[in-house]
Ligand binder design. Structure first.
Ligand SMILES: [Zn+2]
Length: 335
């Protein structure tokens, strides 16, 4: 009986020392974990195409940022789609706290590994890309505005959709309209026009420079009325018959001092000052290609023959004025 009691006592002593040992182990473990967590923390090591690109503590935040970037193909930032070969891979590890999370760098590296395809619009002039805009609406608005303003170059302007890995700088639509707008020379029933052929239309040798200005024939044709007195009054110019639309060349280089409707009967009319007090006048035109203030060269297309104003048939009325007085053009030309 006594022996049994002693055995029980022995067992208790044994259990007590075992429990002490377990407690020691638990305390040691807690201490070790405490020390480790002071120095280390769990982080994700990120690799892209097998190459280490950084650490992150917040894998889901980083991945959703990347996903967001990949999904922004709905027109924002003009990105049509983004092509990325592989997504990054994550592996959990315990790292010293000094290893900072570098989500921004990882994001940049993933972004740079992909190719963004942009979609935008080019405003074309003569089939050449001239300006870029973000949307189709903007491109259409520009064309519509130029049409509305009757810009004379409207037939040469178009827009096209661009798909490119390169994003161009956009220009705002008002600036584009301003830069492209070409003012109609004359808004009239006969229509306005810009001369689209070769600019210098005559290579004729100028007549002797009697006026200090060498002149060339603005059109070739038959003389139908000469300078001087006639039944209807004094004719201050020379009439040269030519089909409507025939290009009228500047008789000499100079500055356009008038281009528009002449209310004294010459219809659509151009006047050019050549210096030395010499002015040439071109009347009854169907189209005017120049505007007041413009500098023209000898032989340059300035208008088209017509029959506007006080006229009965298609012809050019040519005047040569010296210090305001009309001279007989045949002294110098069409002799
Ligand atoms: Zn005349």
């Amino acid at each position: 009986m006594f022996k049994i009691l002693r055995n029980i006592k022995n067992i208790f002593v044994h259990i007590r020392s075992s429990l002490k040992f377990v407690f020691l182990i638990i305390i040691a473990t807690v201490l070790i974990i405490g020390v480790i967590s002071l120095v280390y923390r769990p982080m994700y090591s990120v690799t892209l195409n097998g190459e280490f690109i950084g650490y992150t503590t917040n894998k889901s935040k980083l991945q959703s940022r990347i996903n967001e970037y990949l999904e922004q193909s709905n027109g924002t930032n003009n990105i049509a789609f983004i092509d990325i070969q592989n997504l990054p891979e994550y592996s959990l590890c315990l790292l010293k706290k000094e290893n900072a999370s570098n989500d921004d760098e990882i994001f940049e590296k993933v972004k740079n590994s992909g190719t963004a395809y942009y979609q935008y619009y080019a405003i074309m002039v003569d089939s050449k890309e001239k300006y870029y805009v973000s949307s189709k609406d903007e491109a259409e608005k520009i064309i519509d505005e130029l049409k509305e303003k009757k810009s004379t170059n409207i037939d040469d302007i178009a827009y096209t959709q661009i798909h490119s890995t390169e994003l161009k700088e956009f220009t705002d639509s008002d600036t584009i309209v301003d830069k492209l707008y070409k003012k109609p020379v004359v808004v009239a029933s006969s229509g306005y026009s810009s001369y689209s052929g070769q600019k210098i239309i005559s290579s004729e040798k100028p007549s002797s420079a009697v006026l200090g200005v060498g002149l060339i024939k603005p059109v070739s044709g038959t003389i139908t009325s000469r300078f001087g007195t006639r039944a209807s009054g004094n004719h201050k110019g020379l009439d040269i018959a030519a089909p409507t639309g025939t290009t009228v060349a500047a008789a000499a280089g100079g500055t356009v001092i008038f281009s528009g409707w002449d209310s004294y009967g010459l219809g659509y009319c151009v006047r050019i000052s050549h210096g030395n007090g010499v002015v040439t006048v071109y009347g009854h035109c169907s189209k005017l290609y120049v505007t007041k203030g413009e500098t023209v060269s000898q032989g340059e297309a300035i208008a088209a023959v017509g029959s506007t104003g006080n006229s009965t048939g298609s012809h050019l009325h040519l005047e040569i004025r010296v210090n305001g007085a009309a001279q007989n053009p045949q002294i110098y030309l069409y002799k």
